[in-house]
Write a new protein. Structure first.
Lengths: 114, 111
């Protein structure tokens, strides 16, 4: 079945450091890939997405590239801010089958310190 | 106003009690979902509904039931709560795109 594996957290970085959160997936066909972010006390919200191979999703300085050859969708940001502290979820939506189920990773907590 | 609202936001109950969690949305979406979030397990799908007459079990539906009262309302019930149902519960909606929109969550504690 479909699965998403993302790096264990928590990740602690100093402000202005570079961020990479790894995400790899297993799926049949050509899934759509997502990064969702959950700020403290809130629900998840879409951060960025990519729907086909080599697409790059970007938003708020974050970006991720759909790499089909390595089945990866790593999240990157060149300079993190304290306000980026949150839990980040990688997810995929498989096109196969009648119900296009969304599968979430376990989440990676990011803490940015001043 | 929030597009997806959940009530209550926090609830503490005892084993064996019946609990209902409610979700309302103003996005006009047909598709609604209930997830639970547990530390280290991410989000797991409990039930989903593609319209008022369509209800489907997710991966962990045992011990739960749902009701889709209207396009905008989707309730989750625990008929007889047990401690391992202590979790954070999220309602979500989606429309014609594949983006899901989440409510703020309900933190449920079963003693």
């Amino acid at each position: 079945g479909d699965s998403v594996t993302q790096m264990e957290g928590p990740v602690t970085l100093s402000e202005e450091a570079c961020l990479t959160i790894n995400c790899t997936y297993t799926a049949t066909g050509y899934p759509s890939l997502f990064w969702y972010v959950q700020y403290p006390g809130e629900g998840l919200q879409l951060l960025l997405k990519a729907t086909k191979a080599d697409d790059k999703g970007s938003n708020k300085g974050f970006e991720a590239t759909y790499r089909k050859e390595t089945t990866s969708f790593h999240l990157e940001k060149g300079s993190v801010q304290v306000s980026d502290s949150a839990v980040y979820f990688c997810a995929l939506r498989s096109p196969s089958g009648g119900y296009q189920k969304v599968t979430f990773g376990t989440g990676t907590k990011l803490q940015v310190i001043p | 106003d929030a597009d997806v609202t959940q009530t209550p936001r926090n609830r503490i109950t005892k084993t064996g009690k019946r609990i209902m969690l409610e979700c309302s949305q103003t996005k006009g979406h047909d598709r609604m979902y209930w997830y639970r979030q547990d530390p280290g397990l991410g989000l797991r799908l409990i039930y989903y509904s593609f319209d008022v007459k369509d209800i489907n079990k997710g991966e962990i539906s045992d011990g739960y039931s749902v009701s889709r009262q209207a396009q905008a309302k989707f309730s989750l019930s625990l008929e007889s709560a047990i401690p391992n149902q202590t979790a954070l519960y999220f309602c979500a909606t989606s429309g014609i795109t594949d983006t899901q929109y989440f409510g703020p969550g309900t933190r449920l504690t079963v003693l």
